[in-house]
Design a protein around this ligand. Structure first.
Ligand SMILES: Cc1ncc(C[n+]2csc(CCOP(=O)(O)OP(=O)(O)O)c2C)c(N)n1
Ligand SMILES: [Mg+2]
Length: 339
């Protein structure tokens, strides 16, 4: 983490802006803490990957976007969906698998989707979002949507995939307006980058595709915000891609069950000292921009919103069994005969 980004003064961003970022990060944190609880109660089932510790990335990048911009994310995408404007009710109902969910209960945690807000997932396949982002940007280029950009979030584990390299190459070759946001949290499940990659400098990989690149402290919401704003201006104005590497850390297990034998507890504790919410609220208080009572009020509002979402999801409905084959294409149906 560079000293330059840590020196960012919140007063230059204004109190309202800073409070909004605290709110963004707390909404994600409280939502996910409650999801972890609900998972233990088997209300939420299947996979559940928490973003806790990484909130400054989504909270720094997404407020820079326009409503018409496209967003593509990974299976660790609850925070991105929330800050893109999907309602917490629809997200929680999706976590439960209820029809009222944003993907009608058919996607679950890893496949949140909402066309109206140009939120194109949620993708369970490592690296799977990158070609999708390139395709969206290509469609915009062909359709003359000159002002729209596509932001693609992915983990550093994706650089091991061929899809990463093909996507980076085509985006650079065809000058597509894609902001590639690599959430480098040091591990791909239990594998550190240095155990799987001959070249661990991700900037070198971007340079290999003739693509500009910047590295940012992903635990500092203002550093992320400012870097993303500059990057997005460049992508939009020059109609060409850019690679942003954000250094971040997940505080929890990879998914819900993970013995975490691949990292020391001391390392986790060290990173927790850079908790993006605690450090930012402390900086705001030190700058005289925030009182304890205000953080508590923001926090309470976030927790209330979560409880409303839980009630909504609980009251939701299951899709009738006789509807389960709707939208499912069988080989027979594809060949033109009834299944
Ligand atoms: C193509 C593919 N290979 C393997 C997996 C299994 N898998 C799920 S998550 C994961 C690690 C990805 O790590 P990273 O991209 O760094 O994202 P993070 O989980 O750290 O956010 C792997 C290998 C998968 N989902 N897709
Ligand atoms: Mg990772």
């Amino acid at each position: 983490m560079s000293a330059a980004t840590d020196a960012l003064d919140p007063r230059t961003h204004g109190r309202d802006f800073c409070l909004a970022r605290v709110r963004d990060m707390l909404r994600i944190r409280r939502f996910e803490e409650r999801c972890a609880q609900l998972y233990g109660e088997t209300k939420i089932r299947g996979f559940l990957h928490l973003y806790i510790g990484e909130e400054a990335v989504a909270a720094g990048v997404l407020p820079n976007l326009r409503p018409e911009d496209n967003v593509v994310a990974t299976y660790r995408e609850h925070g991105h969906a929330l800050l893109r404007g999907l309602s917490m009710n629809a997200i929680m109902a999706e976590m439960y698998g209820k029809q009222e969910g944003c993907s009608r209960g058919r996607g679950g945690s890893m496949h949140l989707f909402d066309r109206a807000s140009h939120f194109y997932g949620g993708n369970a396949i490592v690296g799977g979002g990158l070609p999708l982002a390139v395709g969206l940007a290509l469609a915009d280029q062909l359709g003359q949507w000159r002002d729209r950009v596509t932001v693609c979030f992915f983990g550093e584990g994706a650089v091991a995939e061929g899809a990463f390299h093909e996507s980076m190459n085509l985006a650079a070759l065809w000058k597509l307006p894609v902001l590639f946001v690599c959430e480098n949290n040091l591990y791909a499940m239990g594998t550190a980058l240095s155990r799987s990659e001959a070249q661990i400098a991700l900037t070198v990989k971007a340079a290999g595709y003739n693509m500009p690149c910047a590295q940012v402290n992903g635990m500092h919401v203002l550093a992320v915000h400012d870097a993303a704003r500059q990057a997005l201006d460049q992508v939009r104005n020059q109609q060409s891609p850019l690679f942003l590497e954000l250094h971040t850390y997940r505080f929890r297990a990879h998914s819900m069950y993970d013995a975490e034998l691949y990292r020391d507890k001391a390392e986790v504790e060290l990173w927790k000292q850079h908790d993006p919410i605690a450090t930012f609220t402390a900086a705001l208080k030190a700058a005289g921009l925030l009182q304890d009572a205000e953080v508590q009020a923001i926090d309470r509002a976030a927790q209330d919103e979560v409880e409303v979402a839980v009630t909504f999801a609980e009251a939701g409905t299951w899709e009738p069994v006789d509807q389960l084959l709707r939208d499912v294409t069988t080989p027979a149906a594809a060949a033109g005969s009834a299944p």
